[in-house]
Ligand binder design. Structure first.
Ligand SMILES: C[S@@+](CC[C@H](N)C(=O)[O-])C[C@H]1O[C@@H](n2cnc3c(N)ncnc32)[C@H](O)[C@@H]1O
Length: 250
């Protein structure tokens, strides 16, 4: 692992190679247009706040943050606005964002600079791969997954990031007593999430009570995709589960 090499030379998200199989990923990598400010942020701020991670290497979180405070991971932070707000409001914890979309990463780096944050680091990777090989058991205080791509077409459901493999990976990396928090504005996905998480009762307990969605917690800022969903009249569901002690995941 290294920090400090130029972003453009840094690794691209790397799916786990399975011989003879195309990996099913939860994202489609579109480069997207960078604004001049985002391009500048990627060139100048990535060396400080970005993590050049090679799949298979264990991330040394205390070394990356310069302290051993609890770490919250956000998977798929989009433009990072809500992640930056949460990191600013909770300076006693470290915040790690994983995203594959370069303009969104550039946007978050600009937010880190604008707000003078020191407790936020960024990875450009497939988050599933980072959970599989980059984190040690119990390394995280919490994981948040806000408005993941719903992949509404039936033939695309296999791309939904929240599946039984992800739950096993989360069970391994979230410390006992730690939190997994998901939110979605796509009711069929919310139902699937609820079913999968209720089935994982050896590892997780629903903080809202069995089979219940959680009230929206005040600490979760409105995200960009949530605002879009609200304009379209989509109902938002939060799911908040606590990791039980014992029974390790993968
Ligand atoms: C619908 S957007 C939601 C963004 C943000 N959480 C929000 O609520 O505004 C989902 C984001 O997850 C990212 N994403 C999807 N799969 C991912 C993965 N395996 N690893 C990292 N990011 C991923 C996508 O690039 C996209 O930006």
């Amino acid at each position: 692992m290294s920090t400090g090499s130029g972003f453009s030379d840094g690794p691209k998200p790397t799916p786990r190679p399975v011989p003879g199989c195309r990996p099913i990923r939860s994202f489609v990598l579109r480069e997207g247009r960078l604004t001049a400010a985002q391009a500048r942020a990627l060139a100048t701020l990535w060396p400080r706040f970005g993590i050049d991670w090679v799949p298979g290497e264990a991330l040394d979180l205390p070394a990356l943050f310069g302290n051993d405070r609890p770490v919250v991971l956000e998977i798929g932070f989009g433009n990072g606005q809500s992640l930056a707000t949460m990191a600013e409001q909770d300076p006693g914890r470290n915040w790690l964002g994983i995203e594959v979309h370069r303009p969104g990463i550039g946007h978050l780096l600009l937010e880190i600079e604008r707000r003078g944050l020191t407790n936020l680091r960024v990875l450009r990777q497939d988050a599933v791969e980072v959970l599989r090989t980059g984190l040690s058991p119990g390394a995280l205080d919490a994981v948040q997954l806000f408005f993941p791509d719903p992949w509404p077409k039936r033939r695309h459901h296999k791309r939904r990031i929240l599946n039984s493999e992800l739950i096993e990976l989360l069970a391994r990396v979230i410390r006992p007593g730690g939190i997994f928090h998901a939110a979605t504005d796509w009711p069929p996905y919310a139902e699937q999430m609820l079913e999968l998480l209720e089935d994982a009762r050896d590892w997780f307990v629903n903080t809202a009570g069995p089979g219940q969605y959680a009230p929206r917690p005040a600490h979760r800022p409105l995200t960009r995709f949530e605002q879009r969903g609200e304009r379209l009249g989509h109902p938002v569901r939060d799911l908040i589960y606590r990791r039980l002690p014992g029974q390790t995941g993968r």
